[in-house]
Design a protein around this ligand. Structure first.
Ligand code: AMP
Length: 283
């Protein structure tokens, strides 16, 4: 496995890799969720590359960027174990060269949910992903359903900007108790960690209510609020029942929808979601 840090080295290495090429963009502190994306990239392509870059432009709070966990040696060992051919782990100035002056601004899809809670976040994400897509020229890129709005925003961006990389969403990988794996879980204290599966319980309760025939968006949101309300450490940021294509909040759930929520435990902010497809509600 080769590790490269500059645009020039990356270009050189890419000239020699076999196609098709699969890309897994990450911010490091790799866990089994990232591993699942890498495995999929590996399986479906002749070569696979991961990027490890904590992108300052997608953090709204400088403190959150500073305290984002980092351990490159461990991350590289994981990439090696997963059989990647190449890792791009650049310093900030290789991604944003001096004089950098262009931004990707995403419209309506980036406005609600995470976009509303974290102003500018998705412009930062779309900008870095557009740069990585441009640098790598992968045939396919793999993202986690854990960040459902992010995948939708990136898919839209690639379509709109005519970037030929196919965007593939992979299922959320969870701990045995239902907590979605996240690099941020490391910041949870033991009591917060024990309380955190309440996110999953809230989503599961709303899904069960929907499967039993409930179609009122507000009733489903109320179910999630009620379950989260049972956990005193959980500070609710939002619960949402949104259209699965536009992410607009729904009064009635008639087609594909996305249940999602954001909750704080102390300083740590966790998100999770559950897609609802009309075909799933019969059994
Ligand atoms: P991050 O390093 O947090 O920016 O995540 C890099 C990629 O891994 C993104 O596409 C995430 O959606 C994905 N990812 C993060 N956590 C999980 C998870 N628990 N299951 C599946 N994919 C994940």
């Amino acid at each position: 496995m080769r590790v490269v840090r500059s645009r020039a080295e990356l270009r050189e290495e890419l000239a020699a890799v076999e196609r098709p090429l699969g890309l897994v963009p990450t911010m490091g502190w790799l866990h089994d969720g990232h591993r699942a994306l890498m495995r999929r990239a590996r399986q479906e392509n002749a070569s696979a590359i991961a990027t490890i870059f904590v992108n300052p432009r997608q953090f709204n709070e400088a403190a959150d960027y500073q305290r984002y966990p980092r351990d490159e040696a461990r991350d590289l060992a994981i990439c090696e174990e997963e059989g990647l051919d190449l890792v791009f782990a650049p310093p900030v100035e290789e991604v944003y060269p001096p004089g950098f002056d262009t931004q990707v601004v995403v419209g309506a899809l980036a406005a609600p949910l995470e976009g509303a809670a974290r102003p500018g976040h998705f412009d930062g994400v779309a900008t870095v992903v557009a740069i990585l897509f441009g640098l790598v020229g992968a045939d396919r890129a793999y993202f986690g359903q854990k960040d459902a709005q992010q995948v939708m925003v990136i898919r839209r961006m690639a379509l709109d900007l005519a970037i030929p990389t196919e965007v593939i969403a992979c299922p959320t990988v969870r701990e045995a108790d239902g907590l979605a794996l996240s690099s941020r879980n490391v910041h949870l204290s033991p009591v917060e960690r024990a309380a955190a599966p309440v996110l999953r319980r809230a989503l599961t309760a709303a899904r069960a209510s929907w499967a039993a025939g409930e179609r009122s968006g507000e009733a489903l949101r109320e179910t999630m609020r009620r379950v989260l309300g049972e956990e005193p450490l959980a500070r609710l940021e939002y619960v949402s029942v949104a259209d699965g294509r536009t992410l607009g909040e729904l009064d009635r759930v008639e087609g594909p929808a996305l249940l999602s929520l954001a909750v704080r435990f102390g300083e740590t902010r966790l998100i999770d979601n559950e897609p609802l497809e009309p075909a799933d509600d019969s059994g």
